[in-house]
Write a protein of this length. Structure first.
Length: 148
């Protein structure tokens, strides 16, 4: 089970929908692993967080990024491209978590090296189940790259 050293798993949620943020936070509270969910609401803030720029100078390096595609100020596709082109960030798994089921978004996200593409269900129970299943795989089964 990850992490083997029992450290807290740092997760960055990049999401502008307050309802989805709240549901994701509540679902993560139920996770039996030590996690800390950081939330930013747009692409500019996400990159500031990742580069530890004001006001995120003390931000931890995330172990996983949950990224919505349709964001204000800077689109999630642009954020994904910048993350995967940056040698210091590209190993962080980026899970696209979005309402879009468009084939072009799916293909484009994988072309930009997304590690996973998840379409958010509209139904509340399905959304919770999706987050729980994602947590089960990425936090318990998958081996994440070491923090550095």
């Amino acid at each position: 089970m990850y992490p083997k050293d029992k450290r807290t798993i740092q997760i960055l949620l990049v999401e502008d929908n307050p309802g989805d943020v709240r549901l994701t936070q509540e679902t993560f509270r139920e996770v039996k692993l030590p996690t800390h969910l950081h939330v930013v609401s747009d692409g500019v803030a996400a990159l500031s967080f990742l580069h530890r720029q004001a006001p995120y100078q003390d931000a931890p390096r995330p172990d996983i990024i949950l990224l919505d595609l349709n964001l204000p100020r800077k689109d999630g596709r642009e954020v994904l491209a910048e993350i995967k082109q940056d040698p210091s960030l590209k190993r962080i798994p980026v899970l696209v978590l979005t309402t879009s089921k468009a084939e072009e978004d799916i293909i484009h996200s994988y072309n930009l090296h997304a590690n996973c593409y998840i379409s958010k269900p509209v139904d509340l129970n399905d959304f919770i189940h999706t987050i729980q299943t994602m947590n089960s795989f990425w936090l318990s089964i998958a081996t994440l790259p070491p923090a550095f």
